[in-house]
Design a protein around this ligand. Structure first.
Ligand code: CA
Length: 225
């Protein structure tokens, strides 16, 4: 993994600056936002971990967590909050957080948890990079963004590739239209289903009409040969 990137979202000056200093001393690349909305815009796929305070000036951290999770399914989110009630913790985890640490926290524990999350995220990246996914005659290399049917390399547009990658990851199982729209287009609502229909059509032309089954009103399934 390239230098691990962490985003700290914390409006408390001493805590925020302390976190940045100590995380940087451990070799992480650290960004710091004092409010929620800018953090949402600054989070992209190069960010591995977000450390998130809940009491923020512009948006509640739980709400922000929900947005982040929706937009970045693989991002690790760690809540760091003074809200210590069981209900708060459950709400945070239900909003998509991977971890919840209560303030005041012990620095050594926070760093140990960060290391554990980074190890997992590194393992996932390594797996994605090294192993092509094979389903029947289809083969897909996620890191190189290349796909083949037999020996023939497929020419796919970016969203067609993402769609194929998702269907292959769930081969033999139905993938709902909502999930496809959420993960491939990173939005909850596209207005019409025409874009999705067009991409499914293009994929069928590329990999064979019978390979993708439509389950009306539900979603699509990549058939395992
Ligand atoms: Ca706060």
């Amino acid at each position: 993994m390239s230098q691990a990137r962490i985003l700290v979202v914390e409006d408390d000056q001493p805590i925020g600056s302390g976190l940045v200093r100590v995380l940087e001393s451990q070799g992480y690349a650290v960004g710091w936002h004092r409010s929620g909305r800018p953090a949402l815009g600054a989070t992209d796929d190069s960010v591995h971990l977000v450390i998130l305070d809940l009491g923020l000036p512009d948006i509640d951290g739980v709400e922000l967590c929900r947005h982040l999770r929706r937009a970045h399914p693989h991002l690790t989110i760690m809540i760091l909050s003074a809200r210590a009630q069981e209900l708060d913790i459950v709400a945070g985890l239900d909003a998509g957080a991977d971890d919840y640490l209560i303030k005041p926290f012990r620095l050594a524990e926070l760093l140990a948890r960060v290391r554990a999350h980074m190890r997992r995220s590194e393992g996932r990246e390594a797996a994605i990079e090294s192993e092509p996914i094979v389903v029947g005659a289809l083969r897909l290399n996620q890191a190189a963004r290349r796909a083949w049917k037999g020996d023939l390399e497929l020419t796919l547009r970016p969203k067609e590739f993402d769609l194929l990658a998702l269907l292959i990851a769930e081969a033999g199982r139905v993938v709902s239209r909502e999930r496809i729209i959420r993960e491939v287009w990173e939005t909850e609502w596209m207005g019409s289903t025409k874009t999705l229909d067009t991409h499914i059509h293009a994929l069928r032309q590329a990999i064979g009409a019978g390979s993708i089954t439509t389950l009306r009103g539900v979603g699509y399934r990549l058939e395992v040969e």
